[in-house]
Ligand binder design. Structure first.
Ligand code: ADP
Length: 162
């Protein structure tokens, strides 16, 4: 079975992420979308559990997607899940340097791991989780920018938090 992991913070999941999941799900038998605890991004808006719940809702229509959460080293998690493929989305040049370093670092740690990049859909190229967090915090319109099934959850959460 050809299985891949798509790791990220997904704080929260956006239409840009969902587009990557949909396209990657056609390339692999199973796609594991995994919320990674990233200690360098500790000012999260949503808990790991909330992010997993939103991802489950947003990906319910993709039968070969499984949502998990993980904290630790990505190469160890890939081994545990029996996969050699990591899927990442690429937006602009600004993503490239970070992703390039990350992909080479993981290759250095484990030569069997391949990072596969999927180019953003042009209509979501400007979209980021941090942009959504900012918009939602000030009650801005997030319709069409996040999956419809979780729009209300995000709006409600942001209004109560700020
Ligand atoms: P991380 O904290 O690991 O960067 P993110 O949740 O911000 O996690 O993003 C996860 C992945 O999705 C990254 O590869 C990122 O480049 C990609 N991504 C984020 N937004 C978009 C978008 N609008 N279009 C395509 N890929 C995206």
């Amino acid at each position: 079975m050809r299985r891949a992991i798509c790791p990220g913070s997904f704080d929260p999941v956006t239409m840009g992420h969902l587009d990557i999941f949909e396209r990657a799900s056609l390339m692999f038998d199973e796609l594991i979308v995994s919320v990674f605890h990233n200690p360098t991004k500790d000012r999260a808006m949503f808990t790991m559990e909330e992010r997993v719940a939103m991802l489950e809702k947003a990906t319910a229509h993709i039968p070969n997607v499984r949502v998990t959460a993980f904290s630790g080293l990505l190469n160890e998690y890939c081994k545990q899940q029996n996969t050699h493929f990591i899927v990442r989305g690429l937006r602009a040049f600004s993503d490239f340097e970070y992703e390039f370093q990350r992909a080479l670092l993981i290759k250095k740690i484990d030569h069997d791991l391949e990072t596969v990049f999927i180019m953003t859909n042009a209509k979501y190229s400007f979209l980021s989780s941090s942009g959504i967090r900012e918009l939602a915090a000030f009650d801005g319109n997030i319709t069409g920018l996040v999956p419809e099934s979780i729009e209300e959850t995000i709006r409600h959460h942001a209004i109560n938090k700020y």
